[in-house]
Design a protein around this ligand. Structure first.
Ligand SMILES: Cc1cc2nc3c(=O)[nH]c(=O)nc-3n(C[C@H](O)[C@H](O)[C@H](O)COP(=O)(O)OP(=O)(O)OC[C@H]3O[C@@H](n4cnc5c(N)ncnc54)[C@H](O)[C@@H]3O)c2cc1C
Length: 512
């Protein structure tokens, strides 16, 4: 008898859950699972993080599709695309979809993500865009296909990524921010000033304490925005990046407790019904909602282990997640922060190096010989060193100043991405904790294409920042270990015999 799991939503976190379930059920002692996933978007799951990179022209829409989940004989998988789950009947334990189909469950997992908010209640009109889905991305690209005057509302992480991307495409960009500084959830005031000056150097004007009052139209045509203090900014296009709202519709309909997101316990179950779990951007665990991928992936891994009866970190080779590292993926502006917010921890020793003229600002906090927080603007190399030291918890000097003067002697990521000199233990993919050795091992086991390595190790499936290095490693391995007959990888995507794709409805579209 198979345990029936219905997953509502097929975004990045659901995709991770399915992959982890596939890996775990390869173990013959795991219970047999019958999994149905219902996704409203018509596409295969794709890397949402890279949508801003597509806007910047640094990633290709056609290459965002995530690797197919690992497969095993212990799990059957039914995938529905372009299908919206409308109803969750907790008494009958059935999920109903907009096409009338019904799926019975033993456990239902809500992974419905979040939707972009609008800056004004009536702002969904002509000339206003958001960036959350691949369709949003296409619309935004079409809307700025020639240089235009764009106003981005919101100077958080995503707002700045969009602003830099559109500016790189030749648009004249203003950024409006309600708060007093850019990235106010991450950056200390002085660091924010340096980031703002760097943005200005690239032609992006940031207006802080800027409260949007209204959009101005000439007929149907957007012509500008007006602020509450009377300022007016001419614009042909407004892109809203003022945060997200968890998608809780189905939980509300089912009478489950909801606050910012769908409330769940530490075990990721609804306190009102242990047969309902929620993970990712839609969930509100006791630690709160983050809107970031790493915590969602950690939840997916945790839930997968629990669903196959393998609790505890020692049961899994899952990577350690580093949700406290935030990197701005923006053209021309390097910002990395480590820690829980703009303020350095009071108990730590903190040193700051500020060089506004050189557009550099670095701050690092050390406690008990460990990096516990940092913020780096315009200091790519130091940021990489500090991130590596933080993630590996490498012992560092008690005096934080030493970390700002030299590259760390032993804790650093490689000074060069040259695969021949990179140490084996060097982390290549930070999002998934994948090392050079993991890539080399994958290659030796027969994964020679980037997509195979991504499927096997998960490298490149997060922020995508490691893609170039992984390609370099593969090219190097092709030279030192040319192809010969090799064993098939255990979780081969080329071996559909392991998976029972029971049914698929909706348009099973590739992203083009
Ligand atoms: C441009 C951009 C850049 C980002 N950059 C970063 C970054 O650098 N770092 C970071 O940590 N995070 C980043 N994020 C946030 C990150 O993408 C999210 O945290 C992550 O995608 C959450 O995954 P999820 O599966 O919970 O939700 P989603 O990815 O939103 O997926 C949820 C899916 O569920 C579907 N759905 C909803 N309701 C239903 C229903 N009733 N029935 C069927 N399907 C339904 C939705 O259509 C959607 O496909 C970024 C987001 C964007 C948009």
């Amino acid at each position: 008898m198979r345990t029936r799991i219905v997953v509502v939503g097929h975004g990045m976190v659901a995709a991770r859950l399915l992959d982890e379930l596939g890996r775990l059920t390869a173990d013959r002692s795991a219970p047999l699972l019958d999994v149905t996933v219902i996704g409203a978007e018509p596409h295969r799951p794709y890397n949402r993080l890279l949508l801003s990179e597509v806007i910047a022209g640094r990633a290709d829409l056609g290459r965002l599709t995530l690797p197919a989940p690992a497969v095993s004989s212990g799990m059957t998988l039914r995938v529905l695309r372009g299908t919206y789950a409308t109803d969750l009947d907790r008494k009958r334990r059935v999920v109903t979809c907009d096409d009338g189909s019904e799926f019975a469950y033993d456990t239902v997992v809500l992974a419905t993500g979040a939707a972009a908010r609008l800056p004004l209640p009536d702002a969904a009109g002509q000339g206003v865009r958001v960036l959350r889905t691949i369709d949003d991305c296409r619309e935004l690209l079409a809307a700025c296909s020639y240089p235009r005057r764009v106003t981005v509302v919101g100077a958080g992480l995503l707002g700045l990524e969009i602003a830099c991307g559109l500016s790189a495409r030749g648009a004249g960009v203003h950024v409006l921010h309600r708060g007093g500084q850019v990235m106010d959830r991450q950056l200390p005031v002085e660091a924010a000033k340096v980031a703002r000056a760097t943005l200005a150097d690239t032609g992006i004007e940031v207006l802080t304490d800027a409260d949007l009052e209204s959009l101005r139209y000439d007929g149907d045509q957007l012509v500008g925005v007006r602020l509450r203090d009377g300022r007016a900014i001419p614009s042909d296009l407004v892109v809203a990046s003022v945060g997200v709202a968890a998608r809780t519709e189905i939980a509300v309909q089912a009478g489950l407790p909801v606050r910012t997101g769908i409330i769940v316990t530490d075990a990721l179950r609804s306190p009102a019904d242990p047969r309902v779990a929620a993970i990712g951007d839609c969930a509100e665990p006791p630690s709160g909602c983050t809107g970031l991928l790493a915590p969602g992936w950690a939840q997916a891994d945790q839930l997968a282990r629990e669903l196959v009866g393998r609790r505890g970190a020692e049961d899994t080779a899952s990577p350690r997640h580093t949700s406290a590292v935030v990197k701005l993926k923006a053209v021309g502006v390097d910002v990395v922060t480590i820690g829980d917010g703009p303020e350095p921890p009071a108990h730590a020793r903190t040193v700051t190096l500020s060089d506004p003229e050189g557009r550099r600002h670095v701050q690092v906090s050390v406690f008990e010989q460990r990096v516990v927080a940092a913020c780096c603007v315009g200091a790519k190399r130091v940021a990489a060193d500090l991130t590596a030291a933080y993630e590996r918890q490498t012992p560092v000097p008690d005096d934080p100043a030493l970390l700002l003067l030299d590259a760390l002697p032993s804790a650093t990521v490689p000074a060069t991405d040259d695969p021949t000199t990179m140490p084996s233990r060097a982390t290549v993919c930070r999002c998934n904790g994948v090392t050079k050795k993991d890539i080399v091992d994958a290659h030796l086991a027969g994964s020679r294409e980037l997509s195979d390595v991504a499927a096997r190790t998960r490298a490149t499936t997060g922020c995508g920042g490691c893609t170039e290095v992984v390609c370099g490693l593969l090219a190097w391995m092709d030279d030192v270990s040319p192809a010969k007959d090799v064993a098939q990888p255990k979780h081969s995507r080329n071996d559909p015999g392991n998976i029972a794709l029971v049914a698929s409805s909706g348009t099973d579209k590739e992203i083009t």
